[in-house]
Design a protein around this ligand. Structure first.
Ligand SMILES: Nc1ncnc2c1ncn2[C@@H]1O[C@H](COP(=O)(O)OP(=O)(O)O)[C@@H](O)[C@H]1O
Ligand SMILES: [Mg+2]
Length: 304
């Protein structure tokens, strides 16, 4: 074979190798794009209604009205109702004031119920970009409330920071609502929550989108240390009180712990009334105002 022929053959080979490489890199990019895409899910409105949760056709129910009052106060507290420029001035340097922790003294007081309701109503009614995160690793509830299957979540990220946050997210098709579930069951949950990985994760979530609200369904303060650890990272704490069930002394000790860490705590009174027609979701109201109980099991009113 002559020198020219040989050179021609080599050139052809090089071109083929380049083509293969280009194709491989295109495939890899396509694959990366595909895996970076957030998986979606459908909100089942009739299941939400059955579970007593917020759903779009219940916009004039007592629940929707009460949620509106809670949201308004919450949004005001975090400066979300201010104009963009003014809001930035309202936030501490480097903070977005969009991380909201929902906790209570002990289990069963309505943290998950209220966290899910707030998230659903912010996203469905107000079209506010909302991210609901289940941080109650031992008693997770968010997936079951929203009809999501088991999958990777928070603990998977804390154990391996190379896991892409988007791969943990599930986005609702009908509203700007995204969910991150609890993730794999793990030991040493408090250590994981106190880790640098955790701190970094919350800071990153907060700064990723300043106009997105992040609602964290946390474990109870008196049963686990995670809520107090999380209180350090968040901008606002919503403390759920079972209006008929949470002893005042328990609220006082939990508040002592929380307020040492984060002064931005609001109380949300949550009440379950069991009437003849079954269980009804009734009132919640915000803290710092005089509370009047109208009747046994009646709505709680705030002095405004
Ligand atoms: N206001 C309410 N109206 C009706 N059911 C409620 C209300 N608050 C809580 N529940 C129900 O009480 C149970 C415990 O609430 P949950 O939110 O899971 O508590 P927590 O997250 O604090 O452990 C759930 O079955 C929930 O649906
Ligand atoms: Mg819960």
């Amino acid at each position: 074979m002559g020198i020219i022929e040989k050179a021609g053959g080599e050139l052809h080979e090089l071109a083929t190798i380049r083509q293969i490489k280009e194709k491989k890199s295109k495939d890899e990019k396509r694959q990366a794009k595909k895996s970076a895409r957030v998986k979606t899910f459908d909100l089942n409105f009739s299941a939400l209604e059955k579970a007593g949760l917020y759903h779009p056709s219940g916009s004039s129910t007592q629940l929707a009205l009460e949620l509106r009052a809670v949201k308004r106060r919450l949004l005001r507290r975090i400066g979300f109702l201010r104009a963009a420029g003014e809001r930035q001035a309202f936030c501490a340097p480097g903070r977005q004031r969009n991380l909201i922790l929902v906790t209570s003294t002990c289990a069963g007081e309505g943290k998950s119920f209220n966290a899910a309701n707030l998230a659903l109503s912010l996203a469905l009614e107000d079209q506010i970009e909302t991210l609901l995160v289940d941080a109650d690793i031992l008693r997770p509830k968010v997936r079951s409330l929203l009809g999501l299957p088991k999958g990777p979540g928070l603990t998977d990220k804390f154990m391996d920071m190379t896991v892409k946050t988007k791969s943990l997210m599930r986005r609702a098709n009908q509203a700007p609502l995204t969910v991150i579930g609890e993730g794999a069951a793990v030991d040493r949950v408090p250590e994981l929550f106190a880790s640098d990985a955790s701190q970094h994760f919350w800071a990153e979530l907060s700064s990723a989108a300043s106009d997105r609200l992040i609602i964290i369904d946390a474990p109870p303060v008196l049963a686990a240390t995670e809520a107090v650890i999380l209180a350090k990272y968040v901008d606002e704490v919503v403390f759920v009180v079972g209006a008929n069930s949470t002893p005042e002394s328990a609220v006082a000790s939990a508040m002592d712990e929380l307020l040492d860490i984060n002064p931005n705590v609001s109380l949300l009174l949550n009440r379950c009334i069991i009437g003849s027609g079954g269980s009804h979701y009734r009132s919640y109201e915000y803290y710092g105002r005089e509370v009047r109980n109208e009747e046994m099991g009646g709505a709680i009113h705030a002095q405004t």
